[in-house]
Design a binder for this molecule. Sequence first.
Ligand code: RIB
Length: 295
Amino acid sequence: MSCLVTVVGSLNIDTVVRVERHPRPGETVLGLELIDRPGGKGANQALAVSRAGASALLIGRVGMDEDGRMYREALCARGVDVQHLQRTPSIESGRAIVCVDGYAENSIVVIPGANTALSREDVLAAEASIAASAVLLLQLESPRETVELALQLARKHGVFSVLNASPVTPSAEDLASQADLVIVNEHERAQLPNIKNACVTLGAEGASWLSHTKRPSPAALVDTTGAGDAFAGTLAGYLALGWDPADALEKAVEAGTEATTWPGAQPWVFDATNELRADGIRGASWAGPTGPSSS
Ligand code: RIB
């Protein structure tokens, strides 16, 4: 049986700025630290699939820039099949500005860049991979038509489709109605009241799906960025490996919790010379916010 998860999604270079608190509109605050890190919901989730022990293939686009080259190679080195991860001339790789406050909560602005160039042709070119998958995993940072086509191909080939309906877009409800399972957080759930078969992440309370609710163990909170992606990729990975929903949910909650213990969305960084630093940097350069200072 296939344990392949095909992911259709975004790749971004996240510029992560640590702040004591988020600025209000019109306000300037001083940042404490800044670092470029790998991100993008598609890549974050593909990596989580691979870390779960399933096979991951990512359909996406980066630029022809150095960031794109390096990111593609790094994902490949971390077990993600990048044969359908194309490089796009004349558009830079996607970027995101991520502010993380003293409570480890983030706000994110995405500049999609090359992610906007992902096309129906790219998805069609990967039809054989989708057909050979146990699970198709998608988010909403890719062009609507690519998500819709991938969902259609999954249905055509009898592949279980999982949509992480994030960020919520005008077409989210329609696309969600075409997926077998929809992963949302509580805010997204409130914006999409009609979706069926939802798996809801509940932050510090864990997650619930079907009749199951799993709560996380306590963890040293550093940064919540990418925790939902670790959850989604791990859930998809364990479902692809044949685990039942309750056990897969438990693993996904564990992975989502672990992802809050490292800074950024993935547990590795680009270093100053644009080479990869080893995995396992958790806490090495960023002890993590513990709340706003009282001074
Ligand atoms: O879910 C977190 C991700 O959202 C970040 O890595 C950022 O790039 C955006 O895609």
